[in-house]
Design a binder for this molecule. Sequence first.
Ligand SMILES: [Zn+2]
Length: 71
Amino acid sequence: MAGDTPKKPGQGQQEVFGDLYDEQVACPWCESTNTHVVSPFGGTVSEISMKCDDCKSTFGWMKWEGKLPGE
Ligand SMILES: [Zn+2]
């Protein structure tokens, strides 16, 4: 009976991290804010993988964007 309840990667994940990343992140390609978190970690620990629902592009969003020390 394996696979009776197929997992849907991504679903539910957004609820878990929704509290942390509930900011509206604008898509760097089309500037749409219709984006959602794909993965809490992108290429680096400080990066979150986001996907734009308008142009279907994925992009990395830095958690501390605009808050980097030394700027
Ligand atoms: Zn976009």
